[in-house]
Design a protein around this ligand. Structure first.
Ligand code: PHE
Length: 336
């Protein structure tokens, strides 16, 4: 074996490689030359025949032949692999992989949209704690001691004598206790009521409280603000209606209905054929509430309102079971 043998084998290999048409043939070629019993291994075995003085040179020659051959085989195998891969990724009829985005909960979206409107109307945002003391939740809001809302059946009491707030109205007196008039705030948050859980009521829900106190504020200001809010939130064609009502902390008090946006007031299952949907309670802040926070009730007056978010959202989305808003079912939430 000599240099010429190696050159000859290299030539044979190159010719054979050119004729290779597929991966199987390439594998066979590789096995024939580079395998454990292949041609190259055979040459290495014959190195003993070479005179000692040129063994080193022949060894180097064989080593570089081996390296070149395996590099050539690898390069060729890439040529087979590439077209196949390209064919796979250029199948434009393949459906793509869906990317799942998280999104804000529909309740959060509704609250954000409403707060945004009130901020444009000049309201600040205030927050209060979910665990309240009786004074803010009831006493300061002019609840008589025997008012049914204080009943264990409606209110969750904590061991230390606190209450889980049953509405966002305690934020009114909390805020007024630490701020001088004028005040103009909206207060979003969770409220809790110990009611039997059903399609229509849940042990917790969300409200937005509104409060505006200044000199000379009248029911007309309340009406104008609510009307504007409803138009901005529901669209300019919405009609609203004030219905006389009662709350201990407002006098006079009203509940507000908006014309059903699904049927436009004609009557449908969502509005129970009445054409109207109730969305909030409101009224002029009772002077007793102003006195409880040491405001001069002769000088100052104002209005308050409390919006039920779940109700508004259920009507808007045509949902008939409130529990779906709290279950975090991904199939439901994915729609938003
Ligand atoms: N707090 C009342 C409720 O939860 C709503 C309300 C707020 C009414 C402010 C009047 C004024 O039902």
């Amino acid at each position: 074996m000599n240099k010429a043998t190696v050159t000859e084998i290299r030539k044979q290999f190159e010719k054979a490689l050119e004729e290779v048409r597929d991966t199987a043939a390439l594998e066979a070629l590789k096995h024939g030359y580079l395998g454990r019993k292949g041609i190259i291994a055979g040459l290495f075995a014959r190195i003993r025949e070479v005179p000692p003085e040129s063994r080193k040179e022949t060894g180097e020659l064989l080593n570089s032949l081996k390296t070149d051959l395996s590099a050539a085989i690898d390069a060729r195998s890439m040529q087979f692999a590439v077209p196949r891969k390209q064919k796979e990724i250029t199948d434009f009829s393949m459906p793509g992989y869906a990317m799942h985005h998280g999104s804000r909960h529909p309740l959060t979206q509704a609250v954000d949209d409403m707060l945004n409107i009130f901020q444009h109307l000049g309201f600040d945002i205030a927050y209060g704690p979910e665990v309240e003391i009786d004074w803010y939740n009831f006493e300061s809001l002019n609840f008589p001691p025997d008012h049914p809302a204080r009943d264990m059946q409606d209110t969750f009491y904590t061991e230390g004598g606190g209450v889980l707030r049953t509405h966002t109205s305690p934020v009114q007196t909390r805020y007024m206790s630490t701020h001088k008039p004028p005040v103009r705030i909206v207060a979003p948050g969770r409220v809790f009521r110990n009611e039997a859980i059903s399609a229509r009521s849940y042990c917790l829900f969300h409200q937005i409280e509104g409060l505006y106190i200044d000199e000379g504020i009248t029911f007309a200001d309340l009406k104008g603000t609510i009307e504007l809010f409803c138009r901005l939130y529901y669209g300019k064609d919405v009609r609203i209606k004030f219905r006389g009502s009662y709350f201990p902390f407002t006098e006079p008090s009203a509940e507000i209905d908006v014309s059903c946006f699904l049927c436009g007031g004609k009557g449908c299952p969502v509005c129970k054929q009445s054409g109207w949907l109730e969305i909030m309670g409101c009224g002029m802040v009772d002077p007793n509430v102003l006195k409880a926070v040491n405001y001069d009730s002769e000088r100052y007056s104002g209005y308050a309102f409390g919006l039920g978010i779940e109700r508004m959202l259920m009507m808007r989305l045509g949902i008939n079971d409130i529990r779906i808003l709290f279950e975090n079912d991904v199939e439901f939430l994915k729609q938003f």
